[in-house]
Design a protein around this ligand. Structure first.
Ligand code: GDP
Ligand code: MN
Length: 387
């Protein structure tokens, strides 16, 4: 689960890490109150809050001299979509804007922590060439990207970091600040079950201090059960709406770019089904595993979910009935079609537990559903039909 920048900064603050003071704007009327939260003498930085980086490059981060600048920014962005090089073409809705106290910058660095699964440790990446072009630096000047692995468990031994601090050309005082930032970040990372903590830029201010100017946090979804405070920070408006709906019904759903909707039970079979569609030059619109204990209601929800994707031009249902009963799946399909009305072709393959009963139900339903016994034929058929 991702957090907004302002939420990430609240967490950093709670761990005594240096972040800018900020005010939050959710509607035009919030501007005065938000500006009162900060020292606005020299102006501020208005920042679009959305689950994406690359905001600066599309005007989503702006230095404002006065209140008029802030009002213009809020009018320009609030209620709009932000499209960056990290989003799709639709972008993400802008419902929140932050106004951060202005920081005077000398240089911009990059720092991030992530889980290194292969080494079973936390890894840190730092670079002196931080800021908005870090992806380009990684590509063209990989030698400017330094990596460090915290192999001694969660204990951070500062002496290990001395070499890295040296190569970042810090003064003695900056080194001390760097060590305490890294230690604070590690503590936050471990205690809050993060999978990513990225500070880009970590800046050296004109007065020579280190300061976290931007923060991106991702929390391990599987740990949310013990991070109730963080779970409350979830902003569904920033998530794929279908994936969010799917989660509520306990369905594993991932949106894809194609036009053939897939409803399958079992993750392996779902992947096999997508591969088979690809084999016949088709493109799956989604991955969807309805699970081994699919009920009629869940199948119906799954069907609605697939159809809410306007790109879907046909549906392939591939069910192997082991625990799940094919007749219940068939009834779920019939109910969903009757409820929402479906105009796209549907190919259904039912095999296993109660499959002949399922097929009979579909045949007698009077609905335009094509039954196939083999997955190869079913995939070939749906690809033909959507073309
Ligand atoms: P991103 O583009 O989404 O990663 O947003 P950032 O929060 O990283 O902001 C983009 C850029 O805006 C930073 O790299 C800085 O150069 C600039 N910026 C952000 N906050 C400040 C600030 O307080 N003062 C100054 N001078 N520049 C800032
Ligand atoms: Mn940034």
């Amino acid at each position: 689960m991702n957090l907004h920048e302002f939420q990430s900064k609240e967490l950093l603050e709670a761990y005594d890490l240096p972040v800018s003071k900020r005010g939050i704007i959710k509607e035009l009327g919030d501007i005065d109150k938000a500006l009162k939260q900060i020292n606005f003498e020299k102006g501020c930085v208005a920042k679009v809050q959305a689950h994406t980086g690359g905001r600066g490059k599309v005007g989503g981060v702006k230095l404002c001299k006065d209140k008029q600048n802030v009002e213009d920014f809020v009018n320009e962005w609030l209620g709009k979509q932000i499209v960056t090089n990290q989003t799709d073409q639709v972008g993400l809705p802008v419902n929140i804007i932050s106004v951060d106290e202005l920081t005077e910058i000398d240089s911009e660095l990059y720092m991030s922590l992530l889980v290194d699964r292969a080494e079973k440790c936390i890894s840190m990446i730092v670079s002196q060439a931080g800021g908005m072009n870090i992806e380009e630096v990684a590509e063209k000047n990989p030698e400017k990207i330094l990596k460090f692995k915290f192999k001694g468990g969660n204990e951070t031994d500062v002496s290990d970091l001395k070499e890295i601090a040296q190569s970042l050309n810090f003064t003695d005082d900056q080194k001390k600040q760097f060590f305490s930032i890294v230690q604070g970040c590690i503590k936050l990372f471990v205690e809050k079950d993060l999978s990513l903590l990225e500070i880009n830029p970590l800046v050296v201010t004109t007065s020579g201090d280190l300061h976290c100017l931007d923060a991106k946090i991702n929390i391990d979804e599987n740990a949310l059960y013990r991070q109730a405070e963080i779970e409350k920070m979830r902003d569904p408006s920033q998530e794929d709406q279908r994936e969010y709906e799917a989660k509520k019904h306990d369905l594993s759903y991932v949106s894809l770019d194609g036009n053939i909707g897939c409803m399958v039970n079992g993750a392996g079979l779902a992947m096999g089904t997508m591969d088979t569609i690809k084999l016949y030059d088709g493109d799956p619109a989604n991955f969807l595993d309805v699970g081994g204990t699919a009920t009629k209601e869940r199948v119906s929800e799954a069907f609605k979910l697939i159809l809410s994707d306007k790109e879907v031009k046909g549906i392939l249902v591939n069910i192997f009935g082991g625990i799940v009963r094919c007749d219940l799946i068939a009834q779920g399909i019939i109910d969903a079609i009757n409820e929402i009305g479906v105009s796209v072709p549907i190919v259904v393959r039912l095999q296993g537990n109660m499959s002949s009963e399922g097929k009979t139900l579909l045949n007698n339903s009077g609905l335009n559903v094509i039954g196939e016994d083999s997955l190869m034929k079913a995939a070939q058929k749906i690809v033909e039909l959507v073309k």
